[in-house]
Write a protein that binds this ligand. Structure first.
Ligand code: SRM
Ligand code: SF4
Length: 569
């Protein structure tokens, strides 16, 4: 009998007794700041990654010390909703146990970095005490659902948010291992005997991570086509009719391996709200049963869709769910960024969107962000919303409280959005060094160095206010969704990037590689010339990415919703 080869992680999952493995024992081992490699794989399902400070790696190696191990922890906040009480609790965690403040991620949640092993359990407990969890924020499961944050359309956003919560909750793993390991079984009512079950996922969970996002046109602030399942809310006459469903979006790729590629989701039809959970479940189980479990590089849904075909997939989903999808409905996206400043919702309440550089909320020379936001959380009666562009909304503010919020914002220099350039307002940079184990080049730490130089170039051509979507990722995994940047830098090595150009302003067209493996002087020189041409030759209201495609600087992808293999320069 021949045994089918499976990726090593699959065996780890099978042997783990529903994600228990040896995590408890590893946490108790005082000899090392780390846990075992296999347990580290399982830990991701619990919402944490073991990392080490890469700035210290070389020194510690010379001193024959083990790497400076610590843990990154990610909260589950569907739709990026945070209450003031949660904010204060999360801030306390950042002060007590983490190293780099609070970090808003590109999937609108918080991460803490630099938590040492002895503090891992207290941190997870504190997050749960604050009515959140970290379960399934990483690992081969459905992650928290991201959802549109445009505060202007509050009624529909409320409904869409409910769906984000419902989907997030429905597809959570059911294992009791989480409560057993981190919460001392507190949330488990019956006896804990190590046996468990996972009705949806089974013992091997999904072949790979799985992401769902909901956009509300005309704002594509979640980058809906980068999701495994992208849902486009269709609203008519103030009524949420349902959702167009796009499947197989994803960003991750590997340099030099053109069997891996970023892909925009394919729209397969429209579902009414009452069909939504069944259809999502059918997509997830189809991926569970047909996704590639031999080779993790090819395990995301996008490869399954390409292997089996979108038509086959649609039929399978209809069979499994017992639902018929209708033809997709028309929709239009304006852009994929955030608005800044105050906006008023339909119910009269106010929302203040603030720009947060790379989502990092810390007290630095730029401004006392952690302190300022703490003071705001102490008086704020509404909620906070985190955005997929790593920004922050102080939401649901009554007219009477606006002045007090404005004063705290100004006192703590949190109002940078008022003077920022267009490009800065549309920049995302992934975490990268020093914590990310996969980073090849700087990203979050490079953005503040690069942006002033780009602003100087843009000033030269009176383009300071022009919103140009810039995405920086320290490696091709694409955590800043770089393949959707009108300009993107994708790390190759320290100080060297692929320059990609030509995505559109609404996140519906991928960019292409313009130059491979280049350093800053060349990046600036290319952009200097292109900004100059753009200023001189653009059509009225034309965006930078569209200009580059129209004038043939970069080739237009043959279709906006089909896979685009990385193109050599
Ligand atoms: Fe990501 C892996 C950070 C959003 C695609 N991502 C990682 C790890 C965990 C590195 C690792 O595996 O060791 C990074 C931890 C860095 C650190 O120190 O915090 C990391 N990803 C992030 C965050 C924090 C970036 C940020 O600056 O905000 C984002 C957390 C989102 C969240 O709250 O869940 C983050 N990652 C994304 C996105 C964007 C999105 O989902 O909208 C993508 C592209 C979309 C996609 O999934 O296709 C993304 N991350 C990846 C990949 C490539 C997956 C693939 O299909 O090939 C990896 C590597 C992997 O999974 O093997 C990865
Ligand atoms: Fe790390 Fe690469 Fe993701 Fe950046 S894109 S956070 S470098 S895995």
């Amino acid at each position: 009998m021949t045994t089918k080869k499976i990726a090593a992680i699959e065996q780890v999952k099978i042997d783990s007794r529903y994600l228990r493995g040896g995590i408890t024992e590893g946490l108790a081992d005082p000899i090392t700041g780390a846990i075992s490699e296999d347990d580290n794989k399982l830990l991701k399902f619990h919402g944490s990654y073991q990392q080490d400070d890469r700035d210290q790696r070389e020194d510690r190696r010379k001193q024959k010390l083990e790497p400076a191990f610590s843990f990154m922890i990610r909260a589950r906040l569907p739709g990026g909703v945070v209450t003031p009480a949660q904010w204060l609790a999360f801030d306390q965690i950042a002060c007590d146990w983490a190293q780099f403040g609070l970090r808003i991620t590109t999937r609108q949640t918080f991460q803490w970095h630099g938590v040492r092993k002895p503090f891992l359990k207290p941190t997870l407990q504190a997050i749960n005490d604050a009515m959140s969890t970290t379960l399934a924020t990483c690992g081969d499961v459905n992650r928290q659902v991201v959802s549109a944050t445009n505060p202007l359309l509050s009624e529909q956003h409320g409904l869409v948010q409910e769906w984000a919560d419902k989907i997030s909750e429905t597809f959570l793993p059911k294992t009791r291992a989480y409560a057993e390991i981190w919460l001392d079984g507190k949330k488990v009512e019956d006896a804990i005997d190590g046996e468990d079950f996972e009705p949806l996922y089974g013992k091997t969970y999904l072949p790979r991570k799985f992401k769902i996002g909901i956009a509300v046109p005309p704002l594509n602030d979640v980058d809906v086509f980068a999701q495994d399942i992208g849902l486009i809310a269709i609203i008519e006459n103030n009524q949420l009719l349902g959702f167009n469903v796009a499947i197989g979006g994803g960003m991750g790729a590997t340099h030099g391996d053109d069997t891996t590629y970023p892909r925009l989701g394919s729209v397969i039809g429209f579902v009414r709200p009452e069909q939504l959970l069944a259809v999502c479940e059918a997509v997830i189980t189809t991926q569970r049963d047909h996704g590639n479990r031999d080779e993790r590089r090819h395990a995301r849904l996008k490869y399954t869709v390409d292997k089996l075909g979108a038509d086959w997939f649609l039929e399978e989903v209809q069979n499994r769910s017992g639902q018929t999808l209708e033809p997709s409905r028309p929709y239009h996206f304006d852009h994929n960024g955030d608005r800044f400043g105050w906006t008023q919702g339909t119910n009269g309440r106010w929302h203040l969107s603030l720009r947060v550089d790379s989502g990092r909320i810390m007290d630095t020379e730029v401004g006392p962000w952690l302190t300022g936001m703490r003071e705001i959380a102490k008086i704020h009666q509404g909620q906070f919303r985190l955005t997929c562009n790593q920004n922050l909304i102080i939401a649901d503010v009554p007219e009477a409280d606006k002045a007090a919020i404005d004063k705290l914002v100004a006192d703590h220099k949190l109002d940078v959005y008022q003077t920022q350039s267009g490009i800065r307002s549309s920049t995302i940079a992934c975490v990268s060094l020093p914590t990310c184990g996969l980073a090849m080049a700087e990203s979050e730490r490079y953005a503040p160095i690069l942006l002033p130089k780009l602003e100087t170039l843009l000033d030269k051509y009176q383009l300071r206010d022009e919103r140009i979507v810039l995405r920086i990722s320290g490696c091709p995994n694409g955590c800043a969704r770089p393949y959707l940047g009108e300009i993107a830098l994708v790390g190759r090595a320290l100080g060297r990037y692929d320059l990609r150009l030509g995505a559109n302003f609404s996140g519906e067209r991928l960019n292409v590689i313009y130059r491979q493996n280049i350093a800053e002087p060349e990046i600036l020189s290319i952009l200097d010339e292109l900004f100059g041409r753009f200023a001189a030759e653009r059509l009225e209201s034309e965006h930078f990415g569209d200009f580059l495609v129209r004038t043939g600087v970069v080739a237009e992808p043959s279709s906006r919703l089909i896979p685009l293999v990385l193109q050599p320069a």
